[in-house]
Design a protein around this ligand. Structure first.
Ligand SMILES: Cc1cc2nc3c(=O)[nH]c(=O)nc-3n(C[C@H](O)[C@H](O)[C@H](O)COP(=O)(O)OP(=O)(O)OC[C@H]3O[C@@H](n4cnc5c(N)ncnc54)[C@H](O)[C@@H]3O)c2cc1C
Length: 450
């Protein structure tokens, strides 16, 4: 049987970063096994090219992009342009960053107070291990909705906040634990206006080329055995043995792998119950960002959820008009959720989405130069973005996320500290951390890990 020093299962950002970090610190004989026919994972399959957004404080990711020669540019934001909201009946109103202009001053003041309260609470959360925070049990026992409703009775305001939460988290507020929400908000709630943009496909292509490891695509892993001598990884392509294994895949994907001996039962339960929040990402390209000529920013909120929102993702020189849209797949029973039939039928999704764009932005929106849509659901592997935990989940399972099981180490963005957990930065730091663990086990130092 072929033998590698370290096998990395998963050629997404976390797995490629782990392989690169091991190589940089002298661990040779690393093999990356990727089940899909190209590396990149969610950064290439869930996200569309040119549509990964990063905040200025995500230094590690920006430095990596710089090292790999991946351009990063600021997203155009013209505060003089107007956002729009479209209700279920097709009524259109102007809005300011998704807040209706006619929202009363009282609601705005109450909203400010709620944000202050959230900021203070979020400051008390341990970003590396939220489940160890002083009020973890109490906060994890309630949903974001129950907390909000206990602290305000302003229905108009609460609906808007919940809507905002859904667009951030990808799930309705009554399915999200308050502890998760605070960890996700991090020490800078509301800090997200000045976004930078990079091409996730270019990032993963360059990572893969420079990983310093054999990256084997089409290598689905179905079974993992380990004993005191090492680890053996099996798939339809054959088997490979290794001293250590890094599982750089989401816990949702890990549940489809058979482990011998079995994983600890609590880890197994965590994987089975892992929350999923998949998003369909769509990009509609036009000859020019024509909406700007009508005083519109391209940021539109649609109550019917198809899409839930759009934003202007045009290049800095405005040489094209690019609208990015998100459709949530949690079902139509909740506000902003799309009808399951629409999710399952790409042609219908496209038709309804373009109709909505025409309604909001005018007839020019009916004639895109191109239309592309990411795959959500239906594929072999998870394409979820953030994974908002339901009440009780983080306090029960959080401590298991990064805990190695024998020679098996866990990476993937889901294992990263908050608030980068779920993002590319989280994938990066988790890969570095897993590489450090393995390197330490092999007595090789891997500096720079989170
Ligand atoms: C719609 C959407 C929008 C997003 N927008 C942003 C954004 O703007 N900014 C940002 O920072 N982040 C964004 N993200 C998140 C970012 O894409 C992910 O955090 C990151 O790509 C996760 O990388 P990973 O390596 O942890 O996991 P993955 O990318 O899931 O990597 C795991 C890899 O393992 C493979 N795999 C799984 N199971 C097996 C198996 N059994 N055998 C072999 N291979 C297997 C998968 O194919 C995959 O390639 C977005 C994600 C989505 C879906």
């Amino acid at each position: 049987m072929e033998h590698a020093r370290v096998v990395v299962v998963g050629g997404g950002v976390s797995g490629l970063v782990a392989a690169r970090a091991l190589h940089a610190h002298g661990v040779h004989g690393v093999v990356v096994l990727e089940g899909a026919d190209r590396p990149g994972g969610r950064a290439t399959e869930g996200l569309l090219p040119g549509s990964a957004f990063v905040r200025e404080h995500e230094r590690g990711l920006l430095e990596l992009a710089d090292e790999l020669g991946v351009p990063v540019d600021p997203l155009a934001h013209d505060p003089t342009l107007n956002d729009l909201r479209v209700d279920e009946e097709g009524g259109i109103e102007l809005s300011d960053d998704n807040l209706p202009l006619d929202l009363s001053w009282w609601s705005r003041i109450r909203g400010g107070r709620l944000l202050d309260r959230l900021t203070r609470l979020a400051a008390g959360i341990d970003p590396t291990a939220p489940w160890l925070s002083p009020r973890a049990e109490e906060l994890d026992s309630q949903t974001a909705r129950s907390w909000l409703r206990a602290h305000s009775s302003d229905c108009a305001l609460l609906d808007l906040i919940e809507e905002h939460l859904t667009t951030e988290a990808g799930l309705p507020a009554d399915r999200i634990s308050m502890l998760w929400l605070l960890a996700h908000l991090g020490p800078r709630p509301g800090d997200g206006k000045d976004l930078l943009r990079l091409d996730p496909v270019l990032l993963t292509d360059r990572l893969s080329a420079g990983a310093g490891a054999a990256v084997r695509t089409g290598h689905h892993v179905g079974r993992v055995d380990q004993d005191h001598t090492g680890v053996r990884v099996h798939g339809p392509w054959g088997s490979i043995a290794a001293d250590h294994l890094i599982m750089a895949i989401s816990p949702a994907d890990a549940r489809h792998i058979e482990f011998t001996p079995s994983l600890p039962s609590s880890r197994w339960r965590m994987q089975q119950q892992w929350p999923q929040a998949e998003i369909i990402q769509t990009e509609v390209v036009y000859w020019r960002p024509f909406w700007r000529n009508f005083g519109l920013s391209g940021q539109v909120h649609f109550d019917d959820g198809i899409p839930a929102w759009t934003m202007d993702n045009s290049p800095g020189d405005s040489s094209q008009g690019r609208l990015l849209a998100h459709t949530y797949t949690f079902g139509e029973a909740d506000p902003l959720g799309a009808d399951q039939e629409v999710i399952d039928e790409p042609a219908r999704h496209r038709g309804l989405l373009l109709d909505n764009l025409v309604l909001a932005l005018g007839p020019l929106a009916a004639q895109p130069l191109s239309y592309s849509c990411s795959k959500a659901g239906g594929g072999r592997y998870s394409r979820a973005y953030r994974c908002p935990a339901p009440p009780g989940f983080l306090t029960e399972y959080g401590p298991l996320l990064r805990r190695p099981v024998g020679r098996i180490h866990w990476a993937s963005t889901e294992t990263a500290p908050f608030p980068e957990n779920g993002n590319l930065s989280g994938a990066l730091s988790s890969g570095l951390r897993a590489a450090t663990e393995v390197a330490a086990a092999g007595a090789v130092r891997c500096p720079g890990a989170a």
